[in-house]
Design a protein around this ligand. Structure first.
Ligand code: UTP
Length: 292
């Protein structure tokens, strides 16, 4: 029987160097896209996919992320008193079920693989999702739900993949591909940040994964890879051959909000989708475009 997918890990302990000085005293994952912090997008996407238990991997200077999930009683009372039901509803959207979110510390940012390994007690033997909150996806069906369905189909690990320009393979985890039906590809190998001339394909992993718990055994060896970091990609590569492992060409558009251009694009794309903001944003964009 396929074990149900109920757990998610959200690593948020990175240094966010590409967003300095904004990230000097504030977590990158608290940067807002329109009016919600990045972390909220991942939480909402995971909930929509049936996730019930969350583990954030936090580090130094990330306390705002933990506090964000507290209930703001005084603020709620004030908003009620002042008759601001919309603001109150927006506030309540961020509240979590008691006991549904835990935070684990990664004492040193030794890499994404190391961050995930810090969640080993929370995971136990269960399959789990990983969402990197700096990636957000605009799609009809939430990206993680698409992965959760693929996990149900295959009974094994599934990662969300997208084609990247060949000259950019050295920025991503890249797949070596076996059977490919156009939607799902069989993963026969994985390489972290290969040079374009060494890349086995141009299919890259984005920040959405569903993995079986055996990845923890490989991560536990704490072997260093690209950039002298403990790489999740290297541990996943060791899982290949021990169970189904697929890449899913998800439907949707991914924005890498850890990168300035990706972050700016996300602001525009998500604002355009909003009925309350879209028309005004369209108007000012027309003005700017006219001046180019
Ligand atoms: P990034 O590669 O985007 O690194 O990490 P970063 O440190 O956040 O940002 P830059 O590159 O310095 O600007 C991808 C994800 O993995 C987490 C990050 O928080 C982010 O969600 N991460 C990375 C950790 O939790 N721990 C680490 O040691 C490294």
């Amino acid at each position: 029987m396929i074990k149900p997918l109920r757990k998610a890990v959200l690593p948020v302990a990175g240094l966010g160097t590409r967003f300095l000085p904004a990230t000097k005293a504030m977590a990158k994952e608290m940067l807002p896209v329109v009016d919600r912090p990045l972390i909220q997008y991942s939480i909402d996407e995971a909930r929509a996919a049936g996730i019930e238990q969350f583990c954030m991997i936090t580090g130094r200077g990330k306390t705002a992320l933990v506090e964000y999930f507290d209930r703001a009683y005084e603020l709620e009372a004030t908003l009620k008193e002042r008759g601001k039901p919309e603001a109150l509803a927006a506030l309540r959207e961020s509240s979590m079920q008691p006991g549904s979110i835990v935070a684990v510390r990664q004492q040193e940012p030794l890499g994404l693989g190391h961050a995930i390994w810090c969640a080993r007690s929370f995971i136990g033997d269960d399959p789990f999702a990983i969402l990197l909150p700096d990636d957000i996806v605009l799609s009809k069906m939430p990206c993680l739900q698409q992965l959760a369905e693929a996990y149900q189909e295959t009974g094994g690990s599934v990662v969300a993949v997208t084609e990247v320009p060949h000259e950019h393979t050295n920025r991503y985890g890249i797949l070596k591909v076996g059977a490919d039906d156009g939607r799902m590809v069989e993963v026969t190998g994985l390489v972290e940040k290969p040079r374009p001339e060494d890349a086995p394909s141009n299919l890259s992993i984005i920040g959405r994964y569903v993995l079986t718990a055996d990845v923890m055994t490989h991560l536990g060896r704490l072997e260093r890879g690209a950039g002298n970091e403990v790489q999740l990609t290297d541990a996943m590569a060791k899982m290949i051959g021990n169970g189904p492992f697929h890449g899913l060409r998800y439907e949707g558009r991914r924005f890498d909000c850890g990168d300035k251009i990706g972050f700016l694009e996300a602001q525009i794309a998500f604002a355009l989708e909003r009925p309350d903001l879209g028309p005004a944003v369209r108007d000012f964009l027309r003005t700017y475009v006219g001046q180019l």
